[in-house]
Design a protein around this ligand. Structure first.
Ligand SMILES: *[C@@H]1O[C@H](CO)[C@@H](O)[C@H](O)[C@H]1NC(C)=O
Length: 789
């Protein structure tokens, strides 16, 4: 498909991106950014299909608090079969929000029959824009718009629709996520608290292990027995949690794309996966000396310390392995059987895992020889100056044919121990952090002590995004308060994660969770209660499986992995309250770094109180990072201000139904609703874990040694009497120390600098709406799969 001509607004965003890119790259500043370049072999996916899985390494690549965004993960895009769309795949009215009244978009507003005449941009093309959307995620660090942290986390909510107009979950911690945008991160599990700020792990500074990561179309979100929509679902396989984590509702795609009764989107049954990028993306920060140079007048500099983890063979570092794809519908009948109560499964039966292993199609890969970035290097691209630093000792290497054929393309690197320092703690080989500007890697011994000490510390990094990380702001309250948390226990629970942040969460009946508000609101009134009852009864059956029934596994079993499976942060693993064993899910309400919410009613996990409270002046002199709520202002024939997206015609639970009966006029948020008043609680119930070794052990947590059984009992009812005492949290064992609190992060520049590449890959470009340039750029920058693919 040849690139489409782009609306002018897109060019403006490109120009702005370039301006910021140049500003960010002036080599005169002490801090510079280096692209991290490391290739991964090309996978032999055979599109289209409806599910993939692989094992991705969770490890602390960055050994100090990261200053730049770097990640390894995936970016999946839809497949549009020929003649998929009979009407434009993009909501035409969005153009009028972007461009105002022009003759070109004069047919792009009004009723759906009027908008059929819109032939602006892709609407005028044969394929009518295909399917919009992406599902992204993986391991990494996103310091520009997450809470501050030094540990790797798993970005699990990461779907986007309508050219980045809407994100699944609160994807960015820099703006409120409007209630009407919820629906892309429906919480499934009643055992795992899925934070908006991503999932953390056990292991402290030395987190290292593999996470099974599956994206699969499932029937989990079915609203009626007739429903055949694709519910794109993220499923995990880790040492201490196995099963589905979240899914994307039909609303998520419908709400901005189903402008016409014939509209289709990624949830349509005939849509599939059509492109998967997988690999590295990002940058490593460095500081340069102002005074000390080598003999050739090149300044000495050093990067944030980083490294790669060793496999059990003590030679290689495997980052992805077990690539699999799945034939259509391998899971549907079995899962429907479990959720309808006609089929059972248990860890012993392992029917789900057996079905996955029987269905999986091995995905091989091509040789690494053709990679331009077979050897890792760092690259500086600045105004008039470009250099690379190579010889880092990390080289892509081919797995044996037998391993590729049986284990799905292990992506592995040979580690050169003469160039990397593998003698430190953990399983890590550290890269040389010193280099000279101009491009030479330097061993520590080759940098004079005076030159080393002349390199300034990284500027202090602070992100004050408190206003955007909950509790839900006024207009968003409707999704959280109506119908609201479970009547039987609506208390605010709190837990402190291994990334030193506190999450305040409440238990909701599955169908009452905020991410499902719009799903039911958009159904005709007569169908709402039936759909709720149907979905609630099915999730209860699913919850009965617990968190230890495997849904898939590494081909050859865990022992064949180059390192053990990783353990998810125990503070996120929960037992539901008594009497609420199935059918209720924990929903994060607020998350803050090193501050326990004042309205906690029950404190669970490992910490009763914050062990490292923030200094009072912590955020002084740091600008707040807060982008307001986005409200579309559209103008043009038939458009009246903030009416976008207007009427939509979502995919009905019965695909044969007349969609005209499913017209839903999307309400406009009431911006006048005020924020909730927070009522402090002076004596919360302290109900910490009572598992030995979790709170008592003074040794650092290591993978696989903590509570191997689902023993961590977070049931306040039973724990409170014994634990409510002092519960001094012996914390240091959990959570890493950040070596330096130094850092500087300007999300605007950091995010934008990487974004230009993405614009091309997405091809999509062109926001159909007034989505701010910043938003588009920021998100494009987090997308995985840049120039390396
Ligand atoms: C290797 O790393 C360890 C700890 O991480 C450090 O103590 C040691 O000095 C390093 N060796 C060299 C040659 O830099």
């Amino acid at each position: 498909m040849t690139p489409s001509p782009l609306p002018s607004a897109h060019y403006w965003s490109m120009i702005l991106l370039l301006i910021v890119l140049l500003q960010a790259s002036f080599i005169q500043s002490a801090k510079i950014e280096l692209n991290f370049m490391l290739g991964t072999p090309e996978l032999d996916w055979e599109y289209p299909f409806k599910g993939w899985s692989y094992y991705i390494r969770a490890f602390n690549m960055m050994r100090e608090q990261p200053r730049s965004e770097v990640g390894w993960g995936q970016w999946s895009k839809p497949n549009a079969p020929d003649n998929f769309n009979s009407v434009c795949g993009i909501h035409p009215m969005g153009f009028t929000c972007e461009d105002g009244t022009t003759t070109e978009t004069s047919n792009c507003a009004g009723t759906y029959t009027e908008m059929e005449k819109c032939d602006y941009w892709v609407c005028g093309e044969e394929e009518k824009g295909g399917i919009r959307g992406s599902i992204e995620g993986g391991m990494g660090y996103w310091p520009g718009y997450t809470l501050e942290k030094s540990q790797v986390t798993w970005m699990v909510p990461g779907s986007t629709t309508a050219n980045y107009e809407m994100f699944g979950g609160t994807f960015l911690n820099d703006r409120p996520q409007p209630c009407l945008n919820l629906g892309g991160a429906v919480r499934i599990s009643n055992r795992l608290l899925v934070p908006n700020d991503f999932i953390s792990f056990e292991g402290g500074a030395n987190i290292d292990g593999f996470l099974g990561y599956m994206l699969q179309a499932t029937p989990i979100g079915k609203r009626a027995a007739t429903d055949t929509a694709n519910y794109w679902t993220i499923i995990a396989d880790s040492a201490n949690f196995k099963g589905p984590v979240m899914y994307m509702s039909t609303w998520f795609w419908d709400s901005r794309l189903s402008w016409h009764p014939q509209s289709k989107n990624w949830a349509s049954p005939d849509a599939a996966l059509g492109y998967i990028a997988r690999g590295f993306e990002g940058r490593i920060s460095a500081m340069q000396s102002e005074t000390h140079t080598d003999g050739s007048n090149n300044k000495f500099a050093r990067t944030t310390e980083w490294g790669m983890p060793l496999d059990s063979d003590d030679l290689h570092s495997t980052l992805f392995t077990g690539h699999s794809r799945y034939p259509d519908d391998w899971l549907t009948a079995l899962l429907d059987g479990i959720m309808d109560g006609t089929e059972s499964d248990s860890a012993e039966d392992a029917k789900l895992k057996d079905a996955a292993m029987a269905a999986r199609i091995n995905v091989g890969c091509s040789s690494t020889d053709s990679l331009e970035t077979k050897e890792a290097f760092l690259e500086f691209e600045g105004e008039g100056e470009t250099f690379t630093i190579d010889g880092l000792g990390v080289t892509a290497t081919d797995a044996s044919d037998a391993d590729i054929e049986s284990q799905g393309c292990p992506v592995k690197y040979l580690l050169d121990k003469t160039k990397l320092n593998c003698s430190g703690p953990g399983n890590m080989c550290l890269a040389s952090k010193f280099f000279t500007v101009g491009g030479e890697r330097k061993a520590t011994d080759d940098v004079p002590a005076a030159a080393q000490s002349s390199i300034p510390d990284f500027p202090i990094h602070r992100v004050d995004n408190r206003r955007a990380t909950g509790p839900p702001a006024g207009p968003e309250r409707q999704c959280f308060e109506n119908p609201g948390p479970a009547a039987a226990d609506s208390r605010m629970y709190c837990t402190r994660t291994n990334t030193k942040s506190w999450i305040g969460f409440k238990w909701y009946r599955f169908v009452d969770q905020p991410e499902l508000t719009n799903v039911f609101a958009s159904l005709p009134e007569g169908e709402r209660e039936t759909a709720k009852a149907y979905m609630q009864s099915r999730i209860e059956k699913l919850h009965a499986l617990g968190k230890d029934v495997p849904w898939f596994d590494f081909p050859g079993g865990e022992d064949a992995l180059p390192a053990a499976k990783v353990s998810i942060d125990e503070s996120l693993l929960l037992n539901p309250p008594d009497g609420m064993e199935v059918g209720f899910v924990p929903i994060p309400i607020t998350q803050r770094m090193r501050v326990r919410p004042t309205d906690c009613e029950v404190v669970v996990g490992s910490f009763a109180e914050e062990p490292e409270p923030l200094e009072d002046d912590y955020y002084d002199n740091f600008d707040e990072v807060y982008f307001g709520r986005e409200q579309f202002e559209c103008s043009g024939t038939g458009v009246d201000g903030m009416t976008y997206p207007g009427s939509i015609f979502g995919l009905p639970p019965d695909p044969t139904a007349d969609r005209l009966n499913y017209e839903y006029v999307v309400p406009i948020p009431d911006l006048a609703v005020e924020d909730a008043v927070i009522v402090p609680v002076s004596n919360p119930v302290i109900a910490l874990d009572d598992v030995e070794g979790v709170t008592a052990s003074p040794t650092p947590a290591t993978i696989g040694t903590k509570s191997p059984t689902p023993a961590n009992d977070e049931n306040p009812a039973t724990d409170a009497p014994t634990n409510a005492v002092t519960a001094s949290p012996t914390p240091a064992t959990i959570g890493t120390k950040s070596p330096t609190p130094a850092n500087d992060e300007n999300p605007a520049t950091d995010a934008l600098t990487n974004a230009d590449e993405e614009m091309e890959i997405d091809g999509a470009a062109s926001s159909t709406s007034s989505a701010s340039i910043f938003k588009v750029a920021t998100v494009l920058a987090v997308v995985f799969g840049t120039i390396l693919f």
